[in-house]
Design a protein around this ligand. Structure first.
Ligand code: FAD
Length: 373
């Protein structure tokens, strides 16, 4: 019987795990080094999708994550943080088209919703796109994909947990962890907390928390640059992946722009993160080429997020076999996965068997590789 659970981190994962635990009647303390959603969950493209995830078990987890968002939004009043407007994607050259055809064929075989559109059909969905920027056909449309406002999602999940008695200790980091039968945690403030179980939801810092517990979690995190425009009177209703820019609405008329190329413009020097402004302007120009109505848009802010990526790219979820009161809830694609995967982890903490779904994502898969060194 698990009495008290400490959840480390209050991003999308920590909030989802805490909500899942508290809703099942557990006593929960969430410890957050800063403010809730101040980590990666506050700087993410937050596109809900399961497009291109391999192997099949990862794809299925992503689809279940998308369904969990739909269900949560359907039962939560004022849940307008969830936007299921679909996603458009096309390619600029023959290699890109071949890759997109392969991806579409694979997900279609898995039963994932996708269809090919013509330029005219795209313009019916997105009338403000410059027709010259879109190919005549072979535009992939994924109608069940969308995006979430992660900060509001975290707010809702934490409120769910707190209204069921959970406690939030914020601006206080876990600095020491002794994983005996009862876990003992020490925080920056000097405060000491004991727990029957601990869940590591520290996102890109999950390796550090694992190390405090004596575990080695290999990760290969990367930085991502997100460009937020000023409010613009342009109609953008969904996620769009064009060859030179990815974008989506971001509320209040703002758009969020991203490309994988611009990620290279982020540098950490002397502990400070800087972004090359020329690279930012290139992405904004690509946005204007796609939506001419962006001509007056300016860059309102640029944020850099750190993707929490376990070394093999797959999520790390669930109980550690040799340390059954220590659990992981860490992954990339966390905005898509966390509502579902966080709830699975919470259920397992409280004794429900989740071997069927969490089996492929357990920490133990790293052990043979680690012992080779
Ligand atoms: C540029 C970019 C684009 C992305 N695009 C997408 C996308 O389109 N779709 C998608 O699904 N995912 C996307 N992701 C990934 C997704 O955003 C992350 O997987 C998700 O936000 C991770 O959430 P988290 O709760 O694990 O981590 P975080 O949000 O980082 O939360 C972890 C929390 O732990 C706290 N913490 C750390 N150490 C301690 C400690 N010692 N003590 C107490 N607290 C601690 C931190 O302060 C932080 O608040 C993207 C990420 C980036 C950076």
């Amino acid at each position: 019987m698990v009495g008290h659970v400490v959840v480390i981190g209050a991003g999308v994962y920590g909030a989802a795990v805490a909500a899942g635990l508290a809703s099942r009647g557990a006593r929960v303390t969430v410890v957050e080094a800063g403010a809730p959603a101040s980590g990666t969950s506050g700087a993410t493209f937050s596109w809900t999708n399961s497009c291109g995830k391999q192997p099949r078990s990862y794809h299925d987890l992503g689809v279940a994550g998308m369904v969990a968002h739909q269900r949560l939004a359907a039962r939560a009043p004022h849940s307008d943080w969830y936007h299921e407007g679909g996603n458009l994607e096309w390619a600029a050259d023959a290699d890109g088209v071949a890759r997109l055809r392969r991806k579409v064929a694979t997900v279609a075989e898995y039963g994932y919703a996708v269809r090919w559109l013509t330029r005219a059909e795209v313009l019916a969905l997105e009338p403000d796109i410059d027709p010259a920027a879109v190919p005549a056909d072979e535009i992939a449309y994924f109608p069940r994909e969308g995006w979430v406002e992660p900060t509001r999602l975290v707010g809702h999940l934490l409120a769910t947990a707190l209204s069921r008695g959970a406690r939030l200790l914020r601006d206080d980091a876990v600095v020491d962890l002794d994983m005996g039968p009862t876990a003992a945690l020490r925080l920056t403030s000097g405060k000491r907390v004991t727990a029957d179980a601990v869940v590591n939801c520290a996102g890109p810092h999950a390796t550090r928390i694992a190390a405090l517990a004596g575990l080695d979690l290999p990760m290969r995190n990367t930085l991502g640059v997100l460009i937020y425009t000023s409010p613009v009177p342009v109609s953008v209703a969904r996620v769009v992946h064009a060859p030179n820019v990815h974008l989506r609405p971001d509320g209040g008329g703002r758009l969020l722009l991203h490309t994988h190329q611009v990620d290279a413009a982020a540098r950490i020097t002397g502990g400070r993160t800087r972004v090359d402004q020329d690279a930012v302007e290139v992405v904004l120009a690509a946005g204007r080429d796609l939506y001419p109505g962006l001509r007056d848009a300016t860059v309102e802010s640029v944020r850099v997020g750190e993707r929490p990526i376990p070394a093999d790219g797959l999520p790390v979820l669930g109980r550690v076999a040799d340390m059954p009161n220590f659990h992981f809830a860490v992954s990339h694609s966390g905005t898509t996965l966390s509502v579902h995967a966080g709830d699975l982890v919470a259920a397992e903490v409280l004794g429900e068997n989740q071997d069927d779904v969490l089996g492929p994502f357990r920490y133990e898969r790293f052990l043979p590789a680690l012992s080779a060194f």
